[in-house]
Design a protein around this ligand. Sequence first.
Ligand code: AP5
Length: 223
Amino acid sequence: MYIIILGAPGAGKGTQAGILSREMNLPRIASGDLFRQALEKKSELGLLAKSYMEEGRLVPDEIAIRMVLERISLPDCVSGCLFDGFPRTLEQAEVLDKALAEQGKSIAKAIYIQVTKEEFLKRLSGRWLCRNCQTPYHLVTSPPKVQGKCDKCGGELYQRPDDNEETVRERLEVFFAQTAPILDYYRKQNKLIEVNGNLGIQEVAREVISVLRGEVSDNHKVS
Ligand code: AP5
């Protein structure tokens, strides 16, 4: 069961992928997290990605594809995963389909979380993330129980450097210019599910789970 979570920056991809990952017992593969981890380790990949991320631009396809395909070749992804932030271009979508097809696998569904433009800035300016497990919090809509600490693992919370207003605007432009066209790619394959992401976190999760119900195999049945 390979599922893609699509949406503009701040739409709630990470939030919903985290909930679905627990519900469906599937690993969450977040390309942004993989880049940030590589950067923290100061690996060659992380240093290559750094300037693109800081400016809110997409990291070149070749690098993003190599990183994600390497990640999904690990044993925990053998029966499926949730893609969060990947693919982001037509090239990435086509290469992913090809790589899965070579193993007799395919994308089951692509879930597009739709949010109004006014909501993105609000969500990203109030976002805090766990440095350890990447769980997202929001100062207003989902604050941690103890300020500055992750409820799940006690890790330190931080704000992403690319969540400043100028970079968020650039990320949104990049999404609508370069990523939105892949919606049609999945629509044509009859795989696109569009959900209203303007509702509260739990309401969106209920909508996602309800549309997926009946679409998944017994191993990953959503309750
Ligand atoms: P990435 O890390 O993927 O960032 P993004 O796509 O910009 O998305 P975000 O993580 O900012 O938002 P989200 O949709 O996950 O929202 P969240 O759930 O946190 O990418 C970063 C950079 O890496 C890119 O700019 C690019 O440079 C590079 N990159 C990554 N992948 C790449 C690829 N494939 N190719 C090339 N380059 C790539 O929620 C946001 C906030 O809102 C949180 O505070 C949350 O608590 C709150 N919230 C969530 N849902 C709700 C709700 N329903 N109601 C109220 N609040 C909510």
